[in-house]
Ligand binder design. Sequence first.
Ligand SMILES: Cc1cc2nc3c(=O)[nH]c(=O)nc-3n(C[C@H](O)[C@H](O)[C@H](O)COP(=O)(O)OP(=O)(O)OC[C@H]3O[C@@H](n4cnc5c(N)ncnc54)[C@H](O)[C@@H]3O)c2cc1C
Length: 394
Amino acid sequence: MKVTIVGGGFGGVKTALELAKNKQNRVTLISDKDEFQFYPVLYATATGRSHLQSWVPLGTIFADKPNVDVVLDSVTNVNPTKKQLQAASGNTYEYEHLVLALGTVTTYFGIKGLDHYAFGIKSEAEIHKLKHHLFQQMNEQRTVDKHYVIVGGGPTGVELAATLGSYLKRLSKDYGLPNRKIRINLVEASPRLLPRMHPKTSERVKKRLEKLGVHVELDKKVESATANSLTISGVPLNSQTIIWTSGVANHPFYMANDKHFEFAKNGKIVVNQYMRTKDGIYVIGDNAATPFSGLAQTALYDAHFVGHNFKLRQAHKPLKKYHPRLQPVVIPLGEDWAAFEWHGIRVYGWIGALMHHAADALMYYDVLPLFRALSVWRSRGDYERDYFTPTPPR
Ligand SMILES: Cc1cc2nc3c(=O)[nH]c(=O)nc-3n(C[C@H](O)[C@H](O)[C@H](O)COP(=O)(O)OP(=O)(O)OC[C@H]3O[C@@H](n4cnc5c(N)ncnc54)[C@H](O)[C@@H]3O)c2cc1C
């Protein structure tokens, strides 16, 4: 069977690995980046931990899979009648079976100035840009910011808020700055942190962050941003470092090809019980309008499901129907504390942290061979010297 997959993230990579198990399958994986990104740990790399845990070359993942071809290109259009994809390079790719797993993009909800002045941590490039800014501030201007502002009290925002303060303290020491108070503000528009989780978890997480010295602001809306400030619910706040972790929107590819897709209210793609569109295209992971879409675990689950149905199809057996599955959620706040939630079970503290370490190990093992997964997992504890070498104070 010949399968073309677009997107080298959780859904796409896992589908390719599942299909590669059958040597008769021929898989083409088209992705616009040559690396696989472990989004759940990007906050750690953004705050000084090893980059090895956050991105792995696709070539490494598929090194021993001769029936998988990895193509570096950005897909722009699909023609289901001709069974063709067009890409930014100008190339056209024919397909037999197509799986789309393009992930999401950042949205600023039209808030003035944010697209220009806010930093992000959604990719290696965004993390590099943030670190370069901190380097310029601390090493060249010899100062720290009045406020380091994280916008968005979802999982990424709270995880980052828990580690940013200690990272900045370490950095300012490395750059030889006098000991100054570092102030971290976490701004969330809804009345509680982690609005998709249980209110008790929101409360525990807020207390934990406050214990770590984070200033949590709830029910506050960011209205605009400039190079030196942002306005939150009418009040200006002095800051040159605004980190946006708030909004994501479905990939613009679908709107650009809207006549081939049906959209749910949240902009995701409606799929049938086999995760297919009316044209027979598989859409999985963050792109699919399924109840638990938006999690790495769901993208992996979808990939298993699609891979399994390809196997059944080859064996001429009846296909399975998709049953959405609630996935466990773990939110680490520092090294030795995490909040865990699943089916009404809630665990906080160091036991939660153990569960978080185990969950990360399993996630690596989902896409990497055992020894490689263990070595990447072990690198999580390593601090790395930053991209930029401090110069001695003048
Ligand atoms: C900062 C952050 C932290 C997160 N933390 C967690 C967490 O702790 N736990 C959790 O379960 N989930 C977490 N998530 C969500 C999780 O990462 C996603 O749900 C998951 O990555 C979805 O998998 P996917 O395959 O649908 O998309 P992705 O993993 O995003 O993969 C999409 C792929 O498509 C590629 N691509 C995009 N456009 C094109 C194009 N035009 N042509 C070709 N390729 C293209 C991208 O480069 C990427 O490789 C986090 C997300 C972010 C952004």
